[in-house]
Design a protein around this ligand. Sequence first.
Ligand SMILES: C[S@@+](CC[C@H](N)C(=O)[O-])C[C@H]1O[C@@H](n2cnc3c(N)ncnc32)[C@H](O)[C@@H]1O
Length: 196
Amino acid sequence: MIIFYNFINFRLEYTKISSKDYHLISIDLIKTDAIIEELNKLKIDYSIPTILIAECFLVYLTRKVTMNILNVFTSNFKNLIFTFYDLINPHDPFGQEMLDNLRQRNIKLNGIEETDSIDKQITRLKDCGFLEYEVHDMVDFYNHFIDNSEKKKIEKLELFDEFEEWNLLQSHSCYGLGIKLEKDYEFLYSIKFKKY
Ligand SMILES: C[S@@+](CC[C@H](N)C(=O)[O-])C[C@H]1O[C@@H](n2cnc3c(N)ncnc32)[C@H](O)[C@@H]1O
């Protein structure tokens, strides 16, 4: 909701959309107390298996802040499947150019140094209480975790023969999974990525 005070200043209120079985809330996730406050208002059942998705979000915040956020979820949700996409590998020339381009648009990736590798991404998952975890850079993921028929389909969508550039780009991002389940839902560990 946008409230116009006058022609120059305006305030952007946090958006909320609610229906019987769908809720969309926007909050500043740095304010971790607000996360549970908002979820409690919705009478969330913390025992139901829940999927948490973060697509290119964690890298904007320091490791400490992302740990606080993830800990809120792992300590409250009894059965949590967390999947995320993130940027890594900032130190080579491509990574430096990626950061420069973002800097020119005033975008700072506050967490990229502290979680710049697959190992560090995995350590964060472990440190936040996930019991099973895996993280792959997107080259590895594309080459080994997508079945060939799907890849053929993707590669037909448009001319796709610049594999060197593709691999360079994809080696700067990763895809991961952290899972924490109670005994009754342990069968959901099978959701882990399937190798082809
Ligand atoms: C690269 S975008 C990800 C886009 C998103 N996956 C999508 O498809 O719209 C990074 C997002 O992180 C959000 N973000 C950054 N810091 C945040 C914070 N403290 N609380 C909530 N969201 C934040 C930004 O608003 C932005 O939408």
